[in-house]
Design a protein around this ligand. Sequence first.
Ligand SMILES: *Cc1c(COP(=O)(O)O)cnc(C)c1O
Length: 427
Amino acid sequence: MNLKELDLKHIWHPCTQMKDHEFLPLLTVKNAKGVYLYDYNNKAYIDCISSWWVNLFGHCNEYINSKITEQLSKLEHVLLAGCSHEGVIRLSARLCKILEKHKLNKCFYADNGSSSIEIALKMAFHYFANKNEKRKKFLALSNSYHGETVAALSVGDVKLYKKHYEDLLLDVLLTPVAQGEDFSKELEFLEKLLEKEGENICAFILEPLIQCAGNMHMYSANFIDEAIKLCRKYGILIIFDEVAVGFGRTNTMFALEQSKAKPDLLCLSKGITGGYLPLSVLICTDEIYNAFYDDYEKNKAFLHSHSYTGNALACAAANAVLDIFENDNVLENNKILSKFIKNEFESLKEFDFLGNFRQCGMVYAFDIIKNKRQRAGLFVYEKALEKGLLLRPLANTIYFMPPFVIKNDEVSYVVSSLREIFSTNQL
Ligand SMILES: *Cc1c(COP(=O)(O)O)cnc(C)c1O
């Protein structure tokens, strides 16, 4: 039996109607290097989406490989309750140093983005309980996405993922996300909502600057500032979900550097290990931490845990990622690269069935605004695979979110391949 048959016999793939694989090819990857994935015929595919937004410095990056190998001969894993290890200590100190001026100073680890969201929500709720204040609602933005475990799904607003589980989910308040630079109506809505519910809300959670799974909706940092200003009047905690946008995606190390308002809790994952190993971290202020710090009998501790919390191999990868940011001038280079990406992709504006061209840092996106066929995004996905590109359109939004090591000629190849696909006029 070949690999693909054996796969479909036993594997239930994520985020997939498995019946689609009756016609949709399954890409089995034999090996990878840099931005390229190779199949068993040694055909190369450019990973245009950083393998679901996790890969920063290419596949099989020599430096990260060497750091994981080095760690592997010392310590693979140890529980993080009662024990610690150098990698997680260094990583925490480095992250907190970067975030020092934003007062984010305590790291709580888990092993995936959704878990970091669960932690943030539980922690915010528990914070108020420890202060003898009863608050039990959460506030989120329309079109948001925070992961797919039950609480994370509750604070999301992407119907596709949510619709079957409505009866299971937490009671969450939604307020509209800004669409352009005039967001007075959205703020008015929020103001009214807060007048009624402000004192019942533990936390306002948002993905700063880009709602990635929300079809790459990019929105104003000014809106974030104004919305948070309103929330602060009611003592509401602020959670930034930078699971996708953290680690340089928006051309600053963290998106929070681009707003004046700062969070009390920050969730990071995806790029943290450069796409190597599962790891996430919630970083909060001392103010939050101190609300849990007391004699055991006072019953205030945050008794949350995951088996693989702070895994040593994952921390070695994460420290290697921070080394690369420090040594390779990544953010400055990305500013130049993102300009090149913009210029190349804008040439696709000639197609009148494409629109809403937009960019934030190392994320470029546009929409298919007129299409004859259903699932036009999926059609582009298939055609792109034939041309050696791994894309994964979100419905009819096509986006480019490559590893930072992509070269100009590779970007140009992606755009010229897309142009060929669009020129056939089959959408
Ligand atoms: C991917 C993502 C999550 C969930 O992370 P997982 O590791 O997939 O559980 C949460 N928030 C945002 C913004 C994401 O993009």
